[in-house]
Design a protein around this ligand. Structure first.
Ligand code: APR
Length: 256
């Protein structure tokens, strides 16, 4: 256990969650850090996807359609390696706490919406059902040109496959910098942020838009907003309660 927020703040959030009709949540890489998934930026308890791991390039420099066009094999391999590693990782207590919160809310006729920026599918593996994967999934690949997509397991796929429908190059089914989020998924997330009475953001640096804008939507429409993160972020000054600490320790306390 780390020195964290005081118990009165934890108890306040616990009561808010206990009384809520609709809880919406936004998660980022920090929630998966305790599972061994590297974060992209910020303070961390584990690894980050830093320059050392990727030839000195920042994620913003290669996780783009142009980056894939420039060096498809390199970018493909990065995602393929992540997919294989993911098969050896498991959800942590933070993921489990959110799955438990959803179960409780739905059991008493409430609603729970989990928008995640993570492409690791650990929320689903922890038992979360209403998950909006804003940035796609590492476990799916799709055609760069036509609507073809398919689920893949954790096996390595060394060579970039051609699309069986149109012959174009397949790509990871993830949202890269400069790309639109899947419109239906984004609309559902924005609707949930605007409808919820408690909005919980956990493990995100809150710098990548439009996802980071969900907390602004929630605050503007009157939800009580709560942040759980290792360090302050641009969202910290906006939320009603900012709790600093590891998500895998704090979320179980909030849901206890
Ligand atoms: N518990 C809580 N927070 C943590 C933990 C932890 N154990 N470990 C790290 N963090 C915090 C960091 O302090 C940081 O603020 O999680 C945040 C992780 O931030 P990012 O790495 O920027 O992750 P995210 O916000 O999900 O990034 C958004 O950027 O490149 C992309 O598409 C990618 O979806 C990703 C998007």
């Amino acid at each position: 256990m780390t020195d964290g927020p005081d118990q009165a703040e934890i108890a306040r959030v616990r009561d808010l969650l206990g009384a809520a009709r609709h809880v919406a949540c936004l998660t980022g890489a920090g929630i998966s850090a305790a599972s061994g998934v590297p974060t992209y930026r910020g303070a961390h308890t584990g690894r980050t996807v830093g320059g050392a791991l990727w030839d000195g390039l920042r994620v913003e420099d290669w996780a783009t359609p142009a980056g894939y066009a420039r060096d498809p094999q390199r970018v493909w391999k990065w995602y393929s390696d992540r997919r294989v590693q993911l098969g050896e990782l498991a959800p942590n207590a933070g993921h489990v706490a959110l799955a438990e919160l959803e179960k409780r809310l739905t059991a008493r006729g409430g609603a729970f919406t989990l928008a995640t920026q993570n492409i690791d599918a650990l929320h689903q593996r922890a038992g979360s059902v209403n998950v909006l994967a804003l940035h796609g999934s590492l476990l799916r690949i799709r055609c760069s040109v036509c609507p073809y997509r398919r689920e893949v397991g954790h096996e390595p796929i060394a060579a970039i496959p051609a699309c069986p429908d149109c012959g174009a190059r397949l790509r990871p089914d993830v949202v890269w910098f400069g790309e639109m989020l899947p419109q239906d998924v984004w609309t559902a997330a924005a609707d949930a942020a605007g409808d919820c009475d408690v909005f919980l953001t956990a493990g995100t640096s809150a710098v990548v838009y439009p996802a980071a804008g969900l907390v602004e939507i929630a605050a503007a429409t009157g939800a009580t907003t709560v942040e759980v993160n290792l360090e302050p972020t641009p969202a910290s000054s906006l939320v009603d309660v900012a709790l600093q600490g590891p998500a895998d320790e704090l979320l179980p306390q909030l849901v206890a």
